[in-house]
Design a protein around this ligand. Sequence first.
Ligand SMILES: Cc1cc2nc3c(=O)[nH]c(=O)nc-3n(C[C@H](O)[C@H](O)[C@H](O)COP(=O)(O)O)c2cc1C
Length: 400
Amino acid sequence: MNLAPPRVVTIDDLRGLARRRLPRAVFDYIDGGAEREVTLRENCRVFDEAAFRPRQGVAVPQCDLTTSVLGAPLALPVLLAPVGSSRLFYPRAEEVAAREAGAAGTIYVLSTLSGCRLEDVRHATTGAAWYQLYLVGGREAALAGIARARAAGYAALVVTLDTPVAGLRVRDVRNGVKEVLAGGLAGLPYLPQFLTRPRWLIDFLRDGGLMHFPNVVVPGREPMAYLDVEAALQQTTVTWDDLGWIRDAWGGPLLVKGILTAADARRAAALAVDGIIVSNHGARQLDGVSPTLRALPEVVAAAGPRVAVLMDGGIRSGGDVVKALCLGATAVLVGRAYAYGLGAAGGAGVARALDILRADLVRTMKLLGCAAVRDLDRSYVDVPSDWDLRRQHNLADVLA
Ligand SMILES: Cc1cc2nc3c(=O)[nH]c(=O)nc-3n(C[C@H](O)[C@H](O)[C@H](O)COP(=O)(O)O)c2cc1C
């Protein structure tokens, strides 16, 4: 498929192509958010509130996009976020996306709810990979997954804290996702959306369909069936106390994902986590929480210099990446930006998404008069004054 300009200029163009290739239920699974989708809209809109402050007359012949996270070098400060069930979007999609991340010199974060075996995904990339942990299937299944991830060479473990239950994704309910998965008569009215996307359907069936999650295995049992996951997700609360046994079992760098407040950042720092990911799960869990860019400065201030702070949510351009780095993120993750690419054209789509973000980054840095992403700081952006008030309030809270 031709992904060159003028056909594909922005991430939104990839979104349009994904919409055309994927059945509505699959596209909406990527695109949708929780409840009224207030936070979904806000995650993107809030980037418009931060205004650049360029330094004019500065020549930037070369742009250095490199940085490091937890000691690992990155050629691009953009990681690929864990996206469950990616294999719905394209055959062997987790392996495909991991390969493209490695080729771009960045890190792929594999979801527990992957359609590909974690060992195969690890082998697919020349770069580093992290493993994202849910407690689906309970502690036994998690311990088995952690041991496999360690043996396969995953460099860090990401524990997602914001999913004690699955959020209410209204689009998924309306599209009959549950009924289709159950496979009975109740699913029949929803089937035409799949039949009108024959290319996707053939790819999906050739890839074996998505019947189970090969990384969720209660010892002595078969991998968890797709249908059972919703029920299992109802019992996946990870508490701060759980981080103790998870850390002991893992024995390597640990990040927590889903932090939005200074109080939780301090709690994570006190438990000596190595990294925090400021995230609202791409607005798929609790609708009405802060957009993540807005939450970022207070978390950075509270986490302290020892803890790496990353963020995700709403990033659709390299300019968005720059704003997040200016507000203190070490690096960012993107979810939908590459998931649209997968849905549009598999690996070529992911590569194109990363190319767009990279080209945007270079152009934005040159226009800002800044030669290295590691030099980006608050002096390059203006944010509304109440953002600072909130930060000061939380700082006062930290110092009290
Ligand atoms: C389709 C989809 C599936 C996701 N699955 C997971 C998951 O399995 N585990 C997780 O921690 N986060 C998951 N997320 C959240 C992403 O890791 C990330 O936080 C979010 O996508 C960032 O927002 P963005 O999509 O606006 O970039 C998912 C997001 C999407 C869009």
